[in-house]
Design a protein around this ligand. Structure first.
Ligand code: UDX
Length: 439
């Protein structure tokens, strides 16, 4: 099949290459010339394990190319919309400008029988509105909504081996036509027996925001328990293990620590609340405000903990921050809890040096006022405290004895409950973590 993918950011670039991997002929369209040029040369504009290899492999087949010219999407039968829906400045609501522009830009190239497929995360009601626009301007062209659940760091795996497919379809024969086209796009995935949910637009749109809200709630639940553990002397890690053995609860997403960040969970729960308000159903989601509050409190608590460990004052203290990305295996710093804490520490007078295996360049652009170092050893040289705020494997595997020789004071704050507490304590470190006892 011939496919176009509009928007070659994180989601779109991975989707385009993955569709070529499935055997389709794909053109990826993006307004950013340097980005499409890099992609055409098999250079990933972001850090994602396995993506560059996939890109090189699929470009070499000749089935994949990237362009800034949307007219190159003409002739494709399925057009994926993969642009971002960021949070509006100063508001909770999602900014739908890019989705609107992407669909409008496709109107000129669509032919009857073509299918526009939205993958972006959008507020309920968007798909119905866009379907009307497409049907009105290009009679015979259809629209479907097919939300994407990929996680950064696992984007290639999650796209090629999703745990479910969700199709939001128009009613009647149009729905059947759209479903046939989507099944043809995802043929190998469908053939493997991947669960498929076919539904209406509103449900498909809600599946994505509901899933992300549930994940955010799970994280904030365990972080609320961490607050109580801190108040009672209980241990949140053991608590999570113990409740997680109940398979109705499950252990995944019960890692207490600095909480969630990134380009999805924080903005998605806020946009969901904003949309519920517009629909007169805000009460249904007031709990998400608390989920957000609990999440933001963890960052403040981390700064307090650093102050406690540093004998009550941050002023002039040297602090090494290990981690800038919002999570490991990513160079994404959007709403990064680690960077937020680093900036707060600096504002409160600490001398902060940040390191990260992948995200330093991005972090430097956003927070040029912070100091950066290429390695944990350089970041921690002469430090009064070390804060592990993103649980990269490299940090989990640090040798506490050797690492202890570079710092001034052996104090480590484990913001992600990722280190081996016993090993660090045995090597003479004062170990502190969110939601865990200090022995
Ligand atoms: C998320 C969803 O998982 C994905 O399905 C959706 O498509 C996009 O949003 P992502 O933002 O890549 O994916 O990251 P995820 O792995 O979900 O982690 C989000 C944040 O939660 C990270 O900051 C992570 O550190 C934090 N987290 C995750 C915790 O604090 N504790 C946990 O137990 C799990």
């Amino acid at each position: 099949m011939r496919i176009s993918v509009v928007g070659c950011g994180y989601l779109g670039a991975v989707h385009a290459a993955s569709m070529a991997e499935l055997g389709h002929e794909v053109v990826g369209i993006d307004v950013d010339g340097p980005k499409t040029a890099a992609l055409n040369e098999a250079r990933a504009p972001f850090y994602e394990p396995g993506f560059e290899e996939l890109l090189a492999r699929t470009l070499a087949t000749g089935r994949l190319r990237f362009s800034t010219d949307v007219t190159e999407a003409a002739g494709a039968q399925v057009h994926f919309v993969c642009v971002g829906t960021p949070q509006k400045r100063g508001e909770y609501a999602a900014d739908l400008r890019y989705v609107q522009e992407a669909v409008e830009s496709l109107l000129g190239v669509l032919a009857p029988g073509d299918l526009v497929v939205g993958k972006s995360t959008v507020p309920v009601g968007t798909a119905a509105r866009l379907a009307e626009l497409v049907g009105e301007k290009v009679p015979g062209a259809l629209l479907a909504w097919n939300p994407e659940f990929l996680r950064e760091g696992f984007a290639v795996h999650d796209t090629l081996e999703p745990d479910r497919l969700v199709y939001g379809l128009p009613a009647g024969d149009d729905g059947a036509t759209a479903e046939r086209l989507l099944d043809a796009v995802y043929a190998p995935i469908v053939a493997r027996g991947t669960p498929k949910v076919t539904t209406d637009f509103a449900t498909a749109e809600m599946v994505k925001t509901a899933a992300n809200s549930f994940l955010a709630t799970k994280i904030s639940f365990i972080n609320a328990m961490a607050e109580l553990c801190e108040a009672t002397g209980a241990d949140v890690k053991q608590l999570a293990d113990a409740i997680g053995y109940d398979d109705r609860i499950g252990r995944k997403f019960l890692n207490a620590g600095l909480g969630f960040g990134g380009g999805c969970l924080p903005k998605d729960i806020r946009a969901f609340m904003a949309r519920a308000g517009e629909l007169g159903a805000d009460q249904a989601l007031t709990f998400l405000r608390e989920v957000d509050n609990i999440n933001m409190r963890r960052r403040i608590r981390m700064v307090e903990l650093a102050r406690e460990v540093l004998d009550g004052s941050l002023l002039g203290k040297h602090v090494a921050v290990l981690g800038a990305a919002f999570k490991p295996d990513s160079d994404d710093i959007r709403d990064s809890p680690a960077l937020n804490v680093a900036a707060q520490l600096q504002l409160q007078g600490a001398v902060v040096r940040v390191t990260d295996p992948a995200a330093v360049d991005n972090a430097r652009r956003l927070w040029p006022q912070l100091d950066y170092a290429p390695t944990p050893e350089e970041a921690a040289a002469g430090a009064d405290a070390v804060l592990v705020l993103t649980e990269w494997r490299q940090y989990r595997e640090l040798d506490p004895a050797a690492f202890g020789t570079v710092v001034r004071q052996k104090r480590v704050l484990d913001g992600r409950n990722a280190l081996d507490r016993e090993a660090w304590t045995a090597a003479g470190w004062t170990y502190r973590a969110l939601g865990r006892r200090t022995d």
